[in-house]
Write a protein that binds this ligand. Structure first.
Ligand code: 5GP
Length: 190
């Protein structure tokens, strides 16, 4: 999606350690008009998949998922990062390793909101090593729901997540795929 690539070129900031900061338009300050275009693009890609739920992970996926959901006319569920040690039996749970913080944490979704008849689209801001998506995929599988695919705003294709998730047979659609990036040379897209 040219709009996303142009915006990354214009406003993205590259940090050491393969981190791209997009705080000014995607995951701190949010450009809602851009989110609208993202939602339309996800609808173009997944609009014929009979999606019944959009599933994302807190926090930065929520805004993008909510704006996108208005085009699909379906609810959004966000997986919560679980803070308590005891996990009650009325939730689906899986583990995610944070790319940005390096910690492993549990994510949960209430069994009330994911059902075997659901057709689930995953949405997230970044795909890096694929841990967030793997965690979300497990929640969908545990619910016995159907996974229609994943819509990602920015895939860092130089990291293994995209290949890993696609090799699991999951359809991954990324609006911008970064082939390489460095502080010196900037961003190159696939
Ligand atoms: P993964 O689980 O695929 O390794 O990483 C995905 C998650 O890590 C995303 O939900 C996103 O919040 C965060 N993330 C990964 N890479 C970056 C990055 O370069 N910049 C920012 N801002 N977040 C990232």
């Amino acid at each position: 999606m040219k709009l996303m690539e142009d915006r990354i070129r214009q406003d993205g900031r590259i940090r050491e350690g393969g981190v791209l900061k997009v705080d000014s338009f995607l995951n701190h300050q949010m450009d809602v008009e851009l989110f609208n275009e993202i939602g339309k693009e996800f609808l173009r890609l997944f609009g014929d998949c009979a999606v019944t739920k959009i599933l994302t992970i807190e926090a930065s996926g929520i805004g993008i998922a909510c704006v996108s959901a208005q085009f699909f006319h379906v609810p959004v569920i966000f997986a919560k990062k679980n803070k308590t040690r005891n996990i009650a039996g009325d939730v689906y749970t899986s583990k995610v390793e944070s790319f940005t913080h390096g910690k492993v944490y549990d994510i949960i979704v209430s069994k009330e909101f994911l059902h075997p008849e659901d057709r689930v689209l995953l949405i997230d801001d970044f795909l890096a090593n694929g841990s967030a998506l793997q965690g979300l995929i497990k929640l969908v599988e545990d619910a016995g729901a159907t996974l229609v695919g994943a819509g990602i705003c920015i895939e860092k294709a130089f990291q293994p997540g995209g290949d890993l998730i696609r090799s699991m047979g999951v359809r991954v659609e990324s609006l911008a795929r970064i082939k390489s990036m460095s502080v010196e040379d900037g961003v190159t897209f696939c």
